[in-house]
Write a protein of this length. Structure first.
Length: 186
């Protein structure tokens, strides 16, 4: 079954569309595409966005490794570097703070009729992607390789054989944070 999926590009695209639709639907249901909720998060008054993201991290982390152990997927880790991981989040944060949407939530907001997300968010995504593509050769040559740390994950950093030795404690910490936020009414 999995091999058939790997070889069927049309099925991959259809599944991608289906999962993208479901992801957007869940973003909407979780209220993380709502400008007011996002602004309250940025002002540290409402932690809905953080709670959704932390829940997604636990689900994704456990799900990916469970699927890997079942033989459904193979992991293809990507190398990272400080040069690649510092400028991007800074630019992302500036755009997020100015617009009140990230790329994913701007698409979700457009889907429910938010014109500010259409004009600012989608236009910003297109302009940003175009600028990045235009300067990528220079970035690759001069910036992206600064502070290269390879393709390490937390599992590699802690040098454990069983990934669950890292996954379970990290998941427990995240669940504890979620419980504390709920208890505090945030």
């Amino acid at each position: 079954m999995i091999d058939a999926l790997h070889n069927n590009k049309r099925l991959q695209l259809m599944l991608g569309l289906l999962f993208g639709f479901c992801f957007g639907f869940l973003l909407q249901k979780g209220r993380v595409c709502d400008y007011e909720v996002i602004m309250r998060q940025l002002l540290l008054r409402d932690f809905t966005v953080l709670k959704v993201m932390l829940s997604a991290i636990v689900t994704g982390m456990a799900g990916v490794y469970a699927m890997r152990e079942a033989g459904w997927i193979k992991l293809h880790k990507k190398a990272g570097s400080l040069g690649a991981n510092i400028p991007g989040p800074l630019i992302f944060g500036i755009g997020f703070g100015l617009l009140g949407y990230c790329p994913g939530t701007s698409v979700g907001a457009v889907a429910h009729g938010a014109l500010d997300a259409l004009v600012g968010g989608i236009a910003g995504i297109m302009i940003g992607a175009g600028l990045y593509a235009a300067v990528y050769p220079k970035l690759k040559e001069h910036v992206l390789n600064i502070g290269d740390f390879g393709d390490k994950t937390l599992i590699d950093v802690f040098a454990v054989r069983n990934p669950w030795a890292v996954i379970l404690p990290v998941a427990a910490i995240i669940v504890l944070v979620l419980l504390v936020l709920e208890k505090m009414g945030l």
